[in-house]
Design a protein around this ligand. Sequence first.
Ligand SMILES: [Zn+2]
Length: 368
Amino acid sequence: MVGPGCDGLSILWYQRLVKFGALRVQSKAQPTLLGRPWGMLGPMECLSSGGGSTCDDDEARGKESTSWSSLPLADLHRHLDGSLRPETVVELASARGLDVPSDLPFVAGMGLEAALARFEFTLSLLQEPESVRRVASEICEDAVDDHVTTLEIRFAPQLHRGAVPEEIVDAALDGIGSRAGLLLCGLYGEPPTVLEHLVSIAQSRPGVVGIDLAGGPAPGHSFGLSDYGPAFRRAETLGLGRTVHAAEGRGPGEIAVAIEELRAQRIGHGTTLLNDPAVLDLVLERGTVLEACPTSNYQVGVIETVASHPIARWVQLGVAVCVNTDNTLLSRVTVSEELSRVASIPQMTTSAVRSVIQTGHSAAFRRR
Ligand SMILES: [Zn+2]
């Protein structure tokens, strides 16, 4: 699934990143390679061998993008611990005497388990409130540079052990200011009491607009999706938004459980939705929003190419869909790049691209 040179390019990119980032940590200028900002580098080339777009599509992509590239964009699914600036990774690692792994970014077809393991390093840099505050603020700045006007940032404060979760959440909110909504993530397999505590933390903090269940189920887990129902239903009563990572290559039954038992209004990924007409009907009936992250899905290996992502079919069927980055660092993608890739999917019309952008704005959680 990865063409010749893709892995090589990734490694080269990261070696250069570390080299230049280490030299330029005090500079606001971003590290560059081949004269382009880091955020523009790599994915297009890598995806050309297995993704939905090819470099030959540049002209067509340009035509598509001109119709929507001036629009304000939205990103509702961006993980704080996967969206650090490369130079911030270098600086925080250096301050801790750590070497940056050369294989930190996602690579195509790596699998969800391997992808989740990549967060261990970034999390090691984000244990203290100050680093959380800094990265939250930088994510907001980066979003502005990408024309994003509607942004939600999510993270699991219980994984940042340099302070109690309340202090970690307050640090994130301080870094964000009023520039984005914050979502708190429970994790598949955790005791439901963890998520229940996150809901309590959110209750007194209006900047927290919703909750999420992130990661994925594993054979050794003692708790299943339904076990998080009480915490999600309490969140509903408090006016918090609810989203769930579900059907990320796994069966669509997770989507039904998330909607019916966890009161999910949005679903993260949901790539297998069309495998069950009854679940599709449920999504349409409830107006559930699908948070599509095609580049991440391709890298994790739950879709074979970006072009094979079902987003165009979803839109045709009337499913509400938005396009998101998931992790700007680890997936090496921006919202505008992700939209370019989605626009290059043959069945994705210009009006469909516009509709997914609009859904990104309208589906943002607003605290009641
Ligand atoms: Zn995610």
